[in-house]
Design a protein around this ligand. Structure first.
Ligand SMILES: [Fe+2]
Length: 444
């Protein structure tokens, strides 16, 4: 890729942010929508005040367009619309539980993704405060309905899914502890934001499966401080949010980081976040193993690291989880007593013939498009990319791409039979010719 192309891409990424084409349905738009063909400059598609309907969305989809662009200066307007849309979806009696859950979780993930992509837009963390306000109200009104926003089963672990889950769980835990709604809101916001500093840690370090070197470990340990730097630059002043970001890896017995605080030096919001952070990280599927059942995770935390956590807070979370699993056992991964299989990309991945034989996918070029993108250079969301499938292994697919990709980015590839497959990037390495090789896991 030439330098000028990279420059163009960087200029577009600095001035616009992508939104999925089905994000809006408005008789009179409150913002401007731009369309970008190939790698050219974005062109105005619909100006503020004009209509954008489901029919327009369908037309765009028929043309293969997946995303529109909105000027970054209109980001706050878009986020307000998203919060309204999420509230409407959550309260819509005609939507199924699965659909409601999908809309709320995806919208929340998109807001977190925006915070991580554009951390320096003033006030961007406030948008998560609006979302957190909704979460706080919902979880105190009807815990059972709200609790389905916590994914306790097949989810993969990557930073943004994790932050959504921690935010949801923090809300339920704070409510269980009897906190007032305004404080629950701040605790939810802290949960949604707590790992923002991970944007300062290289993806290959975050996702490394083997043992970390001392230097890599030092990079990981910096993410709470990087997070707080980002929040301060952004104008975030909420004490709970800052404390949860800086101290969610601190442990009561002094064994945590970044400062090795102990006992009373660690506040209640950080103690809440610590429990949810570890709980969600352990229940989630990893490339090398499947998701773990909630009870098994709670037992492990209780026996192996009990001294690091606040017992009364941990017990409160234990009660919440027991209650939820009792209400609906199907929401959690079952504990069969058998070793948990890896997420198993091969067993779930269709191929051209629709059989379990993966050879059709194992070689050759496929078309792809990013549907979630954090990196600012190279093709953006919606730009067509050519990918070459190198290999499919027990838990991963390896592709060569024309650009590196960050962990947690998602791309959709089109298989030879025109079916599509969503993949989540776990890391980028480089081949002998310097070509980026991207390792992916199957995404929902
Ligand atoms: Fe963290």
């Amino acid at each position: 890729m030439g330098t000028s192309e990279e420059h163009n891409q960087a200029a577009v990424s600095a001035a616009f942010f992508p939104i999925p084409i089905d994000s809006l349905d408005a008789p009179s738009l409150e913002l401007d929508l731009y369309l970008r063909h190939s790698r050219g400059a974005p062109v105005l598609y619909r100006a503020k005040g004009s209509a954008y309907s489901v029919r327009d969305c369908k037309k765009l989809a028929d043309q293969g367009v997946t995303h529109l662009l909105v000027p970054i200066t209109q980001h706050r307007v878009f986020q307000k619309l998203m919060t309204e849309r999420v509230t409407t979806a959550y309260e819509d009696p005609n939507l199924s539980r699965a659909e409601r859950t999908r809309i709320v979780r995806e919208s929340c993930a998109a807001m977190i993704s925006d915070l991580m992509t554009y951390p320096h837009i003033p006030g961007i963390s406030e948008t998560l405060g609006d979302m957190a306000g909704c979460f706080a109200a919902w979880c105190t009104q009807d815990e059972s309905k709200f609790s389905y926003l916590l994914d306790m089963s097949e989810h993969d672990y990557y930073t943004i899914t994790h932050m959504v889950n921690v935010g949801v769980g923090c809300g339920m835990l704070a409510a269980e502890l009897g906190m007032p709604t305004d404080q629950i809101q701040r605790i939810v916001q802290g949960g949604l934001i707590h790992d923002v500093g991970k944007i300062g840690v290289p993806a290959e370090v975050l996702n490394k499966e083997g043992k970390l070197t001392d230097e890599e470990w030092a990079m990981i340990r910096r993410h709470p401080e990087i997070g707080v730097e980002i929040l301060r630059t952004n104008g975030e002043t909420c004490a709970e949010v800052i404390e949860m970001t800086i101290a969610h890896h601190e442990r009561l017995d002094g064994s945590g980081y970044p400062y090795g605080l102990s006992g009373d030096a660690i506040g209640i919001p950080a103690r809440i976040c610590a429990v949810l952070d570890v709980y969600d990280a352990m229940t989630a599927a990893r490339p090398y193993r499947g998701p773990l059942p909630p009870n098994k995770v709670l037992d492990t935390i209780r026996t192996e690291s009990g001294k690091g956590f606040d017992k009364s807070i941990f017990d409160a979370w234990d009660r919440v989880v027991q209650r939820l699993v009792e209400q609906d056992p199907s929401r959690a991964v079952q504990d069969t007593g058998q070793p948990v299989p890896p997420p198993g990309i091969l067993r779930q991945m269709p191929n051209a013939a629709g059989s379990t034989d993966q050879t059709a996918l194992a070689a050759g070029e496929v078309r792809g498009v990013f549907v979630r993108r954090f990196m600012r250079t190279g093709p953006g969301v919606g730009d067509p990319i050519r990918c070459r499938v190198m290999s499919t292994e027990a838990t991963a697919v390896r592709l060569t791409l024309p650009c590196p990709a960050a962990a947690g980015e998602m791309l959709r590839i089109t298989l030879p039979d025109e079916s599509t497959l969503n993949l989540m990037v776990t890391r980028t390495t480089y081949g002998p010719g310097g070509e980026p090789i991207v390792e992916c896991a199957r995404a929902a």
